[in-house]
Design a protein around this ligand. Sequence first.
Ligand SMILES: Cc1cc2nc3c(=O)[nH]c(=O)nc-3n(C[C@H](O)[C@H](O)[C@H](O)COP(=O)(O)O)c2cc1C
Length: 351
Amino acid sequence: MKRIMYISTTTRKLSDEEVDEIGRRSTINNAKVGVTGILLSAHEFFFQILEGEPDDVDRVLERIRRDPRHQDVLILKAEHDIGERFFGRWSMRTVRLDGTSDLILQAIRIMLENITESHRIIERYTQPAVLRFLTDGVNPLSVPVRKTEEVILFGDIVAFSYLSGRFPVEEVAELVNLFLDTCSRQVVAHGGQVSKYVGDCVMAHFPPDAADLAIRACVETLREIQALRGSAGRCRLQKYLYCGFGLSKGLVIEGNIGSSIKMDYTVLGDIVNLAARLEGLTRNIGKAIALSEPVRDACREGWHFERAGEFHLKGQSQPQPIYSITDPVVDDIKTYQQILDDMEELCCELS
Ligand SMILES: Cc1cc2nc3c(=O)[nH]c(=O)nc-3n(C[C@H](O)[C@H](O)[C@H](O)COP(=O)(O)O)c2cc1C
């Protein structure tokens, strides 16, 4: 049997009658499939425990997730192979924590509020891969390191170190967040995983059969950023936002790498370094995307690849052919010097 517990946020203030109705429907539906548990409700959140056969729990949870009366369902714990139920007699007992004079219920409400708040904060700081392990009921620290094939993506802002030293920190931070947000959304939307941020740099990885999706994530990010440059946004620096991407493919080591002080679930190896070098090369070849031959060979979509040349990149034993794609948005990149000149102009305007 399986047991899961989650917290979620209400999308609006539900009346007592609405909460009672959720409880009634839950009791009837869960009894039919042998799912037991408890639902605690407060004005701002729900906390629920569901237990039963794995498929039945998953089906009920899937239905619950789609319910528009709440959002941001965060699995706190998933346990597999449980021998005994906690709530064997309740197909779903519902308890309202608001408007009660019972001090124990009030204490539970305060405790859950605090747990919810700290989990929401931790969720924002935690690597998505680690969160996925946790919600699947797997202790990430117990996952062994493995060798696996991946497509690696590196992306960053052109001339970032220059502009970071010349503008107010708030504006620089806003620009970096804009880039990281755009790029990360596209990575996730195309089936990739964001591995980490290093300053203004995004490192992500995709499954080996997702080379097309990795390129698409880059192209769509470039399109969004091109649109941002043309729009009068909140961020004064966004019209100078240009970025470059490197893509490589091959065997990497994936798993827990770190120390007793901090652990990273990450990928590393020669192929990861290569993606970083390719991203640096974009400035030299005048293209916003540079990719290795194995990435090109793994693509099935009709991209127009063009050979950028043969390069001996740092850390690589052999010179290798490097490719880009023919697409106006990939050509819409400025050189380091052009960006510097534009920014000098802005600095003069402002002073
Ligand atoms: C926080 C929350 C918990 C819920 N828990 C359950 C549940 O345990 N079982 C269930 O069948 N429906 C549950 N629901 C309701 C489902 O989302 C859905 O409305 C219901 O299953 C539809 O049932 P019906 O098709 O019988 O009307 C819950 C809804 C919310 C907002």
